[in-house]
Design a protein around this ligand. Structure first.
Ligand SMILES: C[S@@+](CC[C@H](N)C(=O)[O-])C[C@H]1O[C@@H](n2cnc3c(N)ncnc32)[C@H](O)[C@@H]1O
Length: 434
């Protein structure tokens, strides 16, 4: 296998959205999103054309699919998190008429504005609002699901008034309008702060809700005018589990895969989208949250279940067993005894077992010669034991009959645990056929 000598782009600059990439990509992204130029580079390297079909099995908010569509290349995505799937499916729907989308938003904004006026609350943050007792809030069980203080009471009231007006809307632009609300919630409306972990930043007593939402819709309408000529390029996304991909794909149909799966890094990915998922009704209960966690590749101890058995798939892999043993020995040596710490070794095995299941289930759907790019990062989150994610994935893939073409270095990141630079890599595979 060749290790590429290509010069890596520096750290987080590599992840920023370049100015020209803003249309559509900017409708909604999350901290986990990779940059469009990375997708473009690999589409070009793979020689993808409008006769190919590109898959992103962990498509998140749809960077791969949007970029393919912009370039006229058909694509398909799979995503387990309903909020990310909503974002992706909306970002690839360019058939919406820009003028009627904005007109619909204006009507809803007027309706919500009238309701707020009745409540004697201004959308603009005003001193008088502070005396208004906020009336609408979420039921207690839903409040418990969002990060405490991730939205202040007055913006919550205004958001729920706007959501009610949105719920009454029955037109074809509903998903665009909901996505604009999700975007505004994680931006100017809520108190969230991403850096790169999601947390609660400076609390705002009050914040405008209708105005930033409308401005997100206006941005979408402007972008739709730019991209409408490519609206017919095929693209679709399924809400499901990439460890069992058979439900979503046609046999022998995929020419290329460009994707970034989760890494074993102890981040609870469901927290990143929790506020908007709950407000938009995509998570309605603790059971819904549990179901979402169960459908994800295990990459943190908060998402592990007693009946999980993906680890059995890698029971014979000596490197994964060695890492798990090293984590467990370090835990004992350091006297770490919490329930979560006890699970570090197990979650590492579950992660690679899940990825093994994914790579195995994908094979019948790949065309002979299909090219694959998996963007993954090395990790040291579990008691500083180094996990060379890309290296191990490439070995798992090889064992399943894939050819490992090379591993490119995409960028390096500073590890908070070890203060070392960790490699973020692109594992390039080729499917030689059965
Ligand atoms: C690193 S993010 C991908 C981000 C994406 N490249 C983008 O630009 O938005 C990994 C994604 O995999 C999803 N995911 C995790 N486990 C999954 C599974 N078993 N099946 C499908 N998607 C999964 C997560 O919800 C997350 O959105």
């Amino acid at each position: 296998m060749l290790a590429s000598k290509a010069k890596p782009i520096k750290n987080f600059d590599a992840n920023k959205l370049q100015h020209d990439d803003r249309p559509v990509h900017e409708w909604y992204r999350f901290v986990l999103s990779y940059p469009p130029h990375l997708v473009r580079d690999y589409l070009q390297k793979f020689g993808a054309t409008n006769r190919d079909l590109v898959l992103d099995p962990f498509c998140g908010t749809g960077t791969t699919l949007v970029e393919c569509k912009k370039l006229g290349i058909p694509s398909v995505g799979v995503e387990a998190n309903a909020m990310a799937q909503l974002a992706c499916s909306t970002k690839i729907d360019w058939s919406a008429d820009a003028d009627s989308l904005y007109r619909a938003a204006r009507r809803i904004a007027d309706e919500a504005g009238e309701q707020l006026a009745e409540d004697r609350i201004e959308d603009d943050p005003m001193p008088m609002n502070h005396s208004a007792s906020a009336r609408r809030t979420l039921p207690d069980d839903l409040l418990k699901l969002i990060l405490t203080d991730s939205i202040s009471p007055l913006p919550m009231h205004k958001t729920l008034v706007l959501r009610e007006a949105l719920d009454r809307y029955r037109g074809r632009h509903k998903n665009h309008l909901r996505l604009a609300l999700a975007k505004a919630l994680v931006g100017p409306i809520g108190n969230l702060h991403f850096g790169p972990e999601v947390g609660v930043g400076k609390k705002k007593d009050d914040a405008a809700v209708i105005a930033p939402w409308l401005s997100e819709v206006r941005r979408m309408a402007d972008d739709l005018r730019i991209v409408e000529k490519s609206a017919a390029v095929h693209s679709c996304v399924h809400n499901g589990d990439a460890r069992d991909i058979s439900k979503f794909l046609q046999p022998n149909s995929i020419d290329a895969v460009i994707t970034s799966p989760p890494y074993p890094n102890e981040k609870d990915y469901t927290r990143t989208t929790r506020l908007e998922s709950v407000i938009l009704g995509l998570i309605k209960s603790k059971d819904d949250l549990r179901a979402l966690k169960r459908s994800l590749i295990r990459s943190n101890t908060r998402g592990v279940f007693a009946i999980d058995d993906d680890d059995l798939k890698v029971a014979g892999n000596s490197e994964i067993q060695r890492i798990a043993k090293a984590i467990e020995e370090r835990r004992i040596e350091l006297g770490k005894t919490s329930g979560f710490e006890r699970m570090y070794a197990r979650v590492t095995k579950l992660y690679f077992g899940g990825m093994q299941r994914h790579l195995a289930s994908l094979r019948p759907f790949l065309r002979r010669g299909a090219q694959l790019a998996y963007v993954v990062g090395d990790q040291a989150s579990y008691l500083r034991v180094m996990i060379r994610t890309g290296q191990i994935l490439s070995e798992l893939a090889e064992g399943l009959g894939y050819e490992v073409v090379r591993i490119d270095l995409f960028r390096t990141r500073l590890s908070t645990a070890t203060k070392e630079q960790l490699r973020e890599e692109v594992v390039i595979l080729r499917w030689p056929g059965p």
